[in-house]
Design a protein around this ligand. Sequence first.
Ligand code: NAP
Ligand code: GCO
Length: 266
Amino acid sequence: MEELFNLKGKIALITGGTHGIGMAIGITLGKSGAKICVNDISEEKLELCKKEYAENGIDVFTVKFDVTDEADVDRGISIIEKEVGEIGILVNNAGIIKRIPILEMKVSDYKQVIDVDLVAPLIVSKRVVPSMIKKREGKVINMCSMMSVYGRNSVSAYASAKGGLKLLTANMCCEWAKYNIQINGIGPGYIATAQTAPIREGGHPFNDLVMTRTPAGRWGEPEDVGNAALFLASKASNFVNGHVLYVDGGILANFGYVKGENDIPE
Ligand code: NAP
Ligand code: GCO
């Protein structure tokens, strides 16, 4: 059974993998034997992340590029291909969110979120997948969200992008599954990272909503997502394709609650 999840000999690229969910994925895949390459848009964060990877026994290869810039992506991937080797596992994790009501949001803000969260996975995949096609083997994991299926006030750009990414994942499957490439999404629920800190910390009321709306009664941890990524990056998922695996503590299964009925057990 261990062999099913053994990634020895595989090279994985996690975009935006210097902290949060991306780092948890990098550490989990690295501990399973993969050579980990991490991208970010910040040189400083690329430097800072090396220590935590090393503390987990992982000699991470880092490369700075902007996932929304085709030329920069080509340059960055070429460096990885030259210095490390061809990528066998691509995790399109980099993402941003802007929480702005539609009528107050500038169109440029909307387009920026779409560029990072939806167009960039296309750009990076178009650059990486041809070598997977040649090899007749590969894994692509697109970081979707429960917002791939739900909206909520103030996250229209983000939900539009993540909804589109769910169907881009399906279309990648339709075009590339015949080459023995598995392309799936992960849809995290509410995970405790820097991205959700503004709506989780300081007594923010949204925290109460998440705690009661999530049947598991807790925020997810980045490691919860890392474990799902290991499944989708491994041989164990070789017949799973075009799927979005929700890692959400049951929130998508839960229509709602009556105060008191769902109090979290002591
Ligand atoms: P995060 O802390 O904001 O990390 C996002 C990463 O993406 C950062 O390292 C960021 O780099 C990088 N990035 C942003 N723009 C980039 C660009 N143009 N080029 C390269 N890298 C770029 O987010 P997170 O919470 O770990 O989430 C990671 C992914 O999971 C995102 O796609 C997010 O939408 C998704 N997700 C998160 C949750 C959650 O509850 N946290 C739930 C569902 C889905 P810098 O920090 O240097 O800007
Ligand atoms: C928000 C949160 C969410 C999470 C995640 C939920 O403002 O509602 O940031 O969008 O990031 O996508 O799955």
